[in-house]
Every structure is written in C-alpha cells, then in structure tokens.
Design a protein around this ligand. Structure first.
Ligand SMILES: NC(=O)c1ccc[n+]([C@@H]2O[C@H](COP(=O)([O-])OP(=O)(O)OC[C@H]3O[C@@H](n4cnc5c(N)ncnc54)[C@H](O)[C@@H]3O)[C@@H](O)[C@H]2O)c1
Length: 321
C-alpha cells in the first residue's frame, strides 16, 4: 500500500510532464502560423479553428458558403482575441472562379499561408451532382490553390495541406454510395500530391484526416439526405452501432497529426480515441489466388460478401462466385 501511492503519483506526474511536452511540441507547429480553413464556420472546421487559436496561430481565414455563420464566428472571435485575428471570406468551394479570388484575398489578409485545412464538404445523396461538385471539385480546387500559394516552386516556403476524407467501414456505406465515392477520391488526391515527385518540389506535406462518426450538422441531417426514404431506417440502425465522437476530439487529434505525420500519411480518428495511422495496401498483396484452371484455393468468409470455395471452371466468366 505504501509503495502504491507514490507509484501512482509518479505516473501522474510523468503523464502530466509528457502532456506538457506534447503541448509544447504542438505549439511549435501551430504558433505564429497563418492558416486557411475551408468550411470553418461550423462543425469540424469550427473546432479546428478554436484549437489553432488556442495554440497560438497567428491569423486564420475561414472560407465558407454560410455567410451568416461565418460572419458571426469571425466577430465572436474578435471579441476574445482582438481584431485581425480571424477573417471570413464568403465562397462556394465548388466554384473555381470564386475560389481563385478567395485564396488571393486570404493571402493578402494574412500576408502568407502556411497551413491549409481542406475540410468543406456536404452529405446529400439526393443532390449527388452537387455532392460531387463540393466534395471532389471543391477539394481539388482547394488543393491546387494550396499548392499554388505554398509551393517552393512558386516562391512559397512549403507548408502543410490536410485533406479531410472519412473513416470508411465498407460494410456501413450501403446507403451512402456517392458520399463514399467522394471520400475515397480524396485518398487518391492526397496520395498523389504527397508523392515525393511533388513533395520534393513543393515542400508541402500532404496529410489525410479520416474522422469517424462525429457529432456535427452533417451527421444530424444525414438520415434525411439519402437517395430514398426507404433507406432511412437501415441507415439509422447502422449509425446507432457506431460510437459518435465530438469535433473537439478530432481537432485535438489533428494537432498531433500535424506534428507527427509524414507526407502521404493517412490518419483515422474514431470513437473519441487518439489518432492512428493506416495505409493503402499494395494491390498485389490483395490478390486472390487461383490454380491454373481458375479454381479458388483460398476461402475467406468475412463480415461482408462471402467468397465461394470453388470456382465453376466451366463458366466462361472469370467471376469466382
Ligand atoms: N461529421 C462527420 O461524422 C464526418 C466524418 C468524417 C468526415 N467528415 C467530413 O468532415 C468535413 C466537415 O464536415 P462537418 O461534419 O464538420 O460538416 P458541417 O456541415 O458541420 O460543416 C461543414 C461546413 O462546410 C461549409 N460548406 C458546405 N458546403 C460548402 C461550400 N460549397 N463552400 C464552402 N463551404 C461549404 C458549411 O457551411 C459548414 O460550415 C466534411 O468534408 C465531411 O465530409 C465528417
């Protein structure tokens, strides 16, 4: 008993010391930086904004389509942090011309851009053309402009680009085919831009953030944004099986990702836990194995689609089912 207490205290002391060191390291990455956040007027983007401010960001520009909320956020922050700390630019990320002007305005307002959080997105399967325009078009546009303004090749000094995708459980996306497609696209965008082929020229570290289910306006509205009303009950049932986290946890995790993540790294934050890294496997390691006559020699029965034990060799098709 006598020895247990000091041990616990020591552990507490050391974890407090570690936390202080971690905070110091995070400050090193964020302090004095000029940051642009798309979709920063609400949800995850708003949580990122608050965390960046708390950790000493120099200036932040929010790009958002919601004028009312954007202006309210900017003036609210002015009261706590003073003038010329946070700027709001009203823009639809899906409109390239508006985006070109918005980036120009942001770079003038802040003098420079060091970090871009490519976050604005929607979930609206009924308006899937719009969903693609915002989630892919808007994110591609933001990424390209981030490169233009931060790349060493263009006279910038490098920086960090964070693209927001989503933590995918392929078994849970049946009711969100288009949204899932848009979020997969972001992994491809990130992986290409993060390649040393680009990184060595641009000096921009490209990171991908994949949040799990998070309590925001997007999630709350999602059951009413599906392709058909019939899907709602199944969708809600799926949602209930996943534990939901707060935007605060994701924002806290993002700060560590900025500190630790190599260019090209992909980070999941789910169920309120600290971030963990995942990778896109080499497709060759995912090959199914067949004997010469196309007989399946491996059987895997997972939670999803079962893979049948033996192929029918008499069929002309290559499908093993
Ligand atoms: N909430 C989740 O569970 C979750 C999980 C994984 C990934 N994400 C992704 O995180 C990002 C942020 O989502 P959120 O949950 O905070 O959503 P949200 O709806 O709470 O906030 C999105 C913000 O983006 C803005 N926005 C939407 N369309 C825009 C446009 N065309 N131009 C400019 N701004 C626009 C909105 O006005 C809003 O301020 C999205 O890319 C989303 O796909 C969310």
């Amino acid at each position: 008993m006598d020895t247990a207490v000091p041990q616990i205290n020591n552990r507490r002391r050391s974890s407090a010391t570690e936390r202080a060191k971690e905070l110091e390291a995070i400050k090193g990455f964020v302090s004095g930086k000029n940051i642009l956040i798309t979709g920063g007027a609400a949800g995850l983007g708003y949580a990122f904004l608050n965390h960046f401010l708390k950790h000493g960001a120099n200036k932040i520009t929010i790009l958002d389509i919601d004028g009312e909320n954007g202006r309210r956020v900017a003036s609210g922050i002015e009261k706590s942090y003073g003038e010329k700390k946070v700027y709001f630019v009203h823009v639809d990320v899906a409109k390239q011309e508006e985006m070109i002007e918005a980036f120009e305005e942001a770079s003038i307002l802040m003098n420079d851009i060091d970090i871009v959080i490519n976050n604005a997105g929607i979930l609206d399967e009924r308006r899937w053309e719009r969903e693609i325009a915002v989630n892919i078009g808007g994110m591609v546009s933001t990424a390209m402009l981030a490169v233009k303004y931060m790349s060493r090749e263009n006279g910038g000094h490098g920086g960090i680009l964070v693209n927001v995708s989503q933590h995918m459980n392929i078994n849970n996306t049946a009711q969100l085919p288009v949204y899932a497609a848009t979020k997969h696209a972001i992994i491809g965008l990130s992986q290409s831009l993060a390649d040393p082929y680009h990184y060595e020229k641009t000096g921009i570290r490209v990171l991908t953030l994949c949040p799990g289910l998070t309590e925001t306006g997007l999630t709350i509205d999602s059951p009413n944004k599906l392709l058909s009303r019939v899907m709602k009950a199944d969708f809600v049932k799926n949602l209930e099986e996943v534990s939901i986290q707060t935007p605060y946890v994701v924002a806290r995790g993002l700060l560590n990702i900025l500190r630790l993540g190599d260019s090209g790294s992909i980070w999941v934050i789910e169920s309120g836990h600290p971030p963990y890294e995942i990778y896109v496997p080499d497709p060759r390691t995912l090959r199914r194995h067949y004997k010469n006559n196309m007989t399946c020699v491996e059987t895997k029965v997972g939670k999803g689609r079962a893979i049948t034990r033996v192929c029918d060799n008499t069929r002309t098709s290559m499908i093993c089912a």
